[in-house]
Design a protein around this ligand. Structure first.
Ligand code: DGY
Length: 318
């Protein structure tokens, strides 16, 4: 029996590619750079299933080529890169990879928060210069984390996982979300209006999906509500923050600093942002552990297998 045709837009971890080669005819050898428009168009025109990533813009024009396509398995939990209504109109199922990247992303959120407040990146760079003169009482003083208030914006799986970790730091947690989320054994949190979360928190961490409603959710007015001693952490999607407004707030020191894993126009990071001392900037590493990226690949394959066999996709978003 002929194997179904699968188009994979980017290089995935080897165990995932090995599994793919057993079950599918791969349309092209995936490469470690974003696919060109032309490559995407060809893939969408010929494949029965596609695995794509957040760097592939799947809009109505791309979908118009998809005459054989049954499923787009997005290799991410966020799926703002895909025009969902257009996919629905064409009867194409779209799936994502929830759950498996929750811990990795929550861990990275804490890595950013701690790196920022304890000046880890700066300190490490100093030691590598070979010019560190040794310990001194007033050297590179950071900010306490334990016992401070953590504010979470968006209390889905990742927001809750970040909040759970705060228990180890004895931090009160407040959150803003559309629905209230019950506390868990050993980890408690309290709902507040978004404005209150921004005004009361020492650290504000963003965990909302990017939608029309959350685009520039953190704008000039919201940033102005934050304490001058507070830090903003974003491991969700760049456009959730109005980056120009954030730049002004950081430059004017109306907030203390920011830890960013995502940017408004990835991979472009504004030079003004890069020149600031009160930021830690990561290259969208939220889910970037080998184990997680392998699990994400297998989730895509589970969804594709289900759809091509006429069964419901476990992680359908359309
Ligand atoms: C996601 O899954 O949305 C992440 O941003 C990918 O790392």
């Amino acid at each position: 029996m002929e194997r179904p045709t699968l188009y994979v837009t980017r290089l995935l971890p080897q165990p995932v590619l090995d599994a793919i080669s057993v079950q599918y005819r791969m349309l092209a050898d995936p490469t470690d750079r974003p696919a060109t428009e032309e490559e995407l168009r060809r893939g969408f025109a010929e494949a029965q299933a596609v695995i794509c990533t957040l760097t592939d813009r799947i809009d109505v024009s791309m979908l118009s080529h998809a005459t054989n396509l049954k499923i787009i398995a997005n290799y991410a939990v966020g799926y703002n890169n895909i025009d969902l209504p257009a996919a629905i109109r064409r009867g194409i199922i779209v799936t994502n990879t929830p759950d498996v990247l929750t811990d990795a992303t929550a861990d990275l959120t804490w890595a950013l928060l701690l790196a920022l407040t304890r000046r880890v990146v700066e300190g490490e760079a100093w030691v590598r210069t070979g010019r560190w003169p040794g310990w001194a009482p007033t050297q590179m003083l950071g900010t306490d984390v334990s016992g401070k208030t953590l504010g979470i914006v968006g209390m889905g799986r990742i927001g809750q996982a970040v909040a759970q970790r705060a228990a180890g730091f004895r931090m009160p947690v407040i959150y803003a979300a559309r629905h209230s989320v019950p506390s868990q054994p050993g980890a408690s949190w309290a709902w507040r209006h978004l404005d209150e979360v921004l005004a009361e928190s020492d650290f504000v961490s963003l965990h909302v999906p990017l939608t029309e409603a959350t685009h520039h959710l953190i704008d000039r007015r919201k940033l102005a509500l934050m304490k001058p001693t507070a830090f903003l952490i974003n491991t969700s999607r760049g456009p959730v923050i109005d980056e120009a407004a954030l730049l002004s707030a950081l430059e004017a020191k109306t907030i203390a600093g920011a830890g960013l894993d995502v940017y408004e126009q990835e991979p472009v990071v504004p030079a003004r942002l890069m020149s600031l001392p009160n930021v830690v900037l990561l290259p969208h590493l939220g889910s970037a552990t080998l184990e997680t990226r392998v699990r994400m690949g297998f989730i895509c394959l589970d969804n594709i297998a289900a759809v091509l066999r006429g069964r419901p996709a476990p992680n359908r978003v359309t």
